[in-house]
Ligand binder design. Structure first.
Ligand code: 0X9
Ligand code: ZN
Length: 436
């Protein structure tokens, strides 16, 4: 009884004294029973981690409670970010400033712009895809994979050179399945931009066929732009009709039909809620149908953040997949090219999802590999390593998209024997003005 009273009074003191939402690093592997139970109870939001530590976000109301739990289990932690919402506010301020500048220029110069110095909402991204579609000639086709829960289009942009009829390597790049991982759609749109505007990437289109999904979870992504509180939303916006109607959303990266349920939650309030059944969500259902109809995809990449890791299957078991050696070899092409392009600044770790991140499945990468038979299937956890986590500052966007593109180009070079890994200085992207 005294223990309950002690925890309760700590809890009340906590409410009175601590006002900030904080990011903590707990010195235990991500797959830890205490962390899992805290997450399932909704006390912490697990942002990331690996085999040595876990990053969790703790709200002020439960800080003392979580602290006490960690103490009880002799788990140490450090505070990585004192005030997460201050970072969110800073990001929103910066975006507003850029928006004001852009609209001043837009009135004076041209109707629309795309750049990789700020994060773009669904409206901007759809506008840009519209431009790509209009100007892409026979090279571009915009396909609808699904209508989302809230009725938004889940778009897939197919890019290839129609004048080269020989068999081509098929590459599927998925961005934005997790709403708050804003750097992911930024990278996906940048790859698309290179494919339609850059000479050496266009050359690649003779031997490759690309399917780019800029935002796999458009409802969740758009929602993260609506308020400071919404900024850290992860799932889609499904109304789960849970008892009090409070907990929305399905984790679209737990909803695929391969070992569905492993390392996922049945609780609609959890960040990793797997949904009522595999492919319960229109977004995942539509994407898998399109992937199936394309069939023999050679390389699948899903872009996430954060952690600077390139992960290959499996996520549902720690066992290595049959072609682990080849998977590792191609992943190394990516990691080496990123290191070169960033002049040694950005280091990636390579590994299996299960061993490195802890068991979790119902994810796109495992499904692409195990069900569709894609021989090279990866999750790329983009920068950073946790200093800012999902709130990667906008000043980091342009370097991140260019480095990542260099890494992907090198993978394609190896896949197609076109040897595109020779490193040269990568140019930072300019603002790109277009007529919608
Ligand atoms: O947990 C996830 O869905 C991914 N990490 S994130 O922090 N971006 O949410 C990792 C998925 C790795 N792949 C599998 N577990 N299959
Ligand atoms: Zn993610």
């Amino acid at each position: 009884m005294w223990a309950v009273t002690a925890v309760l009074s700590l809890y009340i003191i906590g409410v009175l004294t601590n006002q900030n939402t904080q990011l903590w690093v707990v010195e235990v592997p991500k797959e830890n029973a205490v962390i899992n139970s805290l997450q399932d109870a909704g006390h912490v939001d697990v942002w990331g981690g690996n085999s040595t530590h876990t990053q969790v976000v703790v709200e002020p109301e439960v800080r003392e409670l979580v602290e006490e739990m960690l103490r009880l289990w002799e788990m140490t932690h450090t505070v990585e970010v004192e005030d997460v919402m201050a970072l969110v506010k800073q990001e929103r301020r910066h975006m507003q400033e850029l928006k004001d500048n852009t609209s001043r220029r837009r009135r004076a110069v041209q109707p629309q712009a795309m750049d990789w110095n700020t994060y773009h909402n669904m409206n901007d991204i759809e506008g840009y895809i519209g431009w790509v579609n209009h100007t892409g000639g026979g090279f571009v086709e915009v396909l609808d994979a699904a209508a989302s829960v809230e009725g938004r289009r889940v778009l897939v942009v197919k890019v290839t050179d129609p004048n080269s009829p020989q068999p081509k390597k098929k590459i599927w790049i998925e961005g934005g399945i997790h709403a708050r991982e804003w750097i992911s759609p930024a990278v996906a749109t940048y790859i698309l931009h290179l494919l339609v505007t850059n000479e050496s990437w266009r050359e690649l289109l003779k031997v490759t066929e690309w399917y780019i999904v800029p935002v796999a979870n458009p409802d969740g992504y758009q929602y993260t732009f609506t308020s400071e509180r919404a900024r850290l939303w992860r799932k889609n916006r499904r109304d789960n009709l849970s008892s009090d109607g409070r907990c929305k959303g399905v984790d679209l990266n737990r909803n695929w039909n391969l070992k569905w349920g492993v390392g996922a939650s049945s609780n609609p309030c959890s960040e990793t809620y797997k949904g009522p059944m595999p492919f319960s969500e229109p977004e995942t259902r539509g994407l898998q149908a399109m992937m199936k109809s394309i069939g023999d995809i050679d390389l699948f990449i899903t872009l996430h953040s954060f952690g600077q890791t390139i992960l290959y299957p499996w996520g549902w078991t720690r066992n290595a997949p049959a072609n682990a050696k080849q998977l590792k070899r191609l992943a190394k092409k990516f990691a080496d090219a990123v290191r070169d392009a960033s002049r040694g600044e950005t280091e990636y770790e390579i590994g299996g999802s299960g061993p490195l991140y802890g068991l979790a499945s119902g994810a796109t990468d495992d499904w692409a590999y195990g069900e569709l038979g894609v021989p090279f299937s990866y999750t790329i956890e983009l920068p950073d390593q946790g200093r800012y986590g999902f709130l990667l500052p906008e000043t980091r966007i342009s370097s991140t998209v260019t480095e990542t593109a260099a890494g992907i180009q090198c993978m394609i070079g190896a896949l197609t024997n076109t040897g595109l890994c020779a490193q040269r200085r990568v140019r930072q992207p300019d603002t790109f003005w277009f007529r919608g």
